[in-house]
Design a protein around this ligand. Structure first.
Ligand code: PGA
Length: 252
């Protein structure tokens, strides 16, 4: 039986009261399964309160991004060490919104990835193609380049404590989910690319799918052999919706 990771990316949503209620709802209904790991990634200002609220539970905490710099004169930035200090275990790096809206290049993403692993946290590296790239038949070459940038920086050994999330840009927040077969095809490509460098790391690495995952499509996606869970945006903002996905994972 495979481990499945279901990660909620809250993006820039919520406030103290709504986040606390959302967490309480998730904590009350988490499936009792050792195999299913659940993770929430709130906005920075709420991480410390969330860490406090999830203490003693199996709900893990992650951040949505981090600085590639260790410390110093980087106004507005948050370092990986700070995230570790307050109890984060995971950091999302290279989400497509960071790449497209905030100009994060693949090499900056690779540097962030390295900073996260160096601090002993688990990076969730997001990769994915746009609709134009898919229609031009460039899906694998785009994802290959995004992975190569990280592999050049950290080598395949650097993936031994990492998670990769395949998130087709055209499926994020659009209600258009990749079919299980479309997602599986890309997940297999990613696993085989890693396996060519290290079969053991490839077999163990968790590959998440993200892009309009909901309670009613999660089981179909997570049943595919190379889909080890999901990175959930919109459906992570309501406890019932998130738990429906977690329960689908527990039913696999
Ligand atoms: P979505 O977002 O589930 O709302 O499509 C996924 C993500 O951006 O991680």
């Amino acid at each position: 039986m495979r481990d499945i990771l279901v990660a909620g990316n809250w993006k820039m949503n919520g406030d103290s009261a709504s986040n606390s209620a959302l967490l309480a709802g998730i904590l009350a209904g988490m499936p009792d399964s050792e195999r299913v790991r659940l993770l929430v990634c709130p906005p920075f200002p709420y991480l410390a309160a969330t860490a406090h609220q999830v203490t003693g539970s199996r709900l893990a905490l992650g951040a949505q991004t981090a600085s590639e710099h260790a410390a110093g004169a980087y106004t507005g930035e948050v370092s990986v060490a700070m995230l570790a200090d307050i109890g984060c275990e995971y950091v999302i790096v290279g989400h497509s919104e960071r790449r497209s809206l905030f100009g994060e290049s693949s090499s900056a993403v690779a540097t962030k990835f390295e900073a996260v692993t160096a601090a002993g946290l688990t990076p969730i590296l997001c990769v994915g193609e746009s609709l134009d790239e898919r229609e031009a038949g460039a899906t694998e070459s785009i994802i290959g380049e995004q992975l190569d940038a990280v592999l050049q920086q950290v080598g395949v050994a650097g993936l031994s404590n990492a998670v990769i999330a395949y998130e087709p840009v055209w499926a994020i927040g659009t209600g258009k989910t990749a079919t299980p077969e479309q997602a599986q095809q890309v997940h297999r490509y990613i696993r085989e690319k890693i396996a060519a460098l290290d079969a053991d790391i490839a077999a163990k690495i968790l590959l998440l799918y993200g892009g309009s995952v909901k309670g009613d499509n999660a089981a179909g996606l997570f049943s595919m052999p190379d889909i080890d869970g999901g990175l959930i945006g919109g459906a992570s903002l309501q406890a019932d919706d998130f738990l429906a996905i977690a329960n689908a994972a527990a039913s696999i």
